[in-house]
Design a protein around this ligand. Structure first.
Ligand SMILES: [Zn+2]
Ligand SMILES: [Zn+2]
Ligand SMILES: [Zn+2]
Length: 133
């Protein structure tokens, strides 16, 4: 496997770390284009998918079905509470969900079950801003 795109991947990783909240590949690509890195959208997609599969980034589907990514400080399995207005993200544990997922899978004879549970909403300050608007 060739390593010639390593710097591009590192640059994508940095841009992701500098982003606030979850971002799409398009958003990240636009940021990188402003910096004249010459990194193409397809490379950004590949780099993000690679980071996500190695556990260096969180990925999730937005309510619109778009893949979003975030450099994540929390290792291991966890969930997110995401403000759909400002992108504020809170890392959460969901013990009840873990138990429910395990027992539901077991009831149906499934093993090796995985799940993705993220909560989208309006954060406190965005909710306040909307009230006063
Ligand atoms: Zn996370
Ligand atoms: Zn917000
Ligand atoms: Zn979970």
């Amino acid at each position: 496997m060739t390593q010639r795109n390593t710097w591009q991947r590192e640059r994508v990783r940095e841009a992701l770390a500098e982003s606030r909240g979850f971002v799409s590949a398009q958003t990240l690509h636009a940021t990188l284009r402003e910096e004249n890195t010459g990194i193409g959208l397809a490379t950004v997609y590949r780099a993000l998918a690679g980071l996500a599969s190695q556990g260096d980034a969180d990925s999730l589907q937005s309510p619109d079905g778009e893949s979003l990514y975030r450099a994540c400080a929390t290792p291991g399995h966890h969930h997110h509470l995401i403000c759909r207005s400002c992108g504020l993200t809170v890392e959460i544990e969901a013990t009840a969900v873990e138990q429910w997922a395990r027992s539901t899978a077991a009831t149906h004879g499934f093993i090796d079950a995985e799940h993705v549970v993220d909560i989208f909403g309006l954060c406190g300050s965005c909710a306040k801003a909307r009230e006063s608007a």
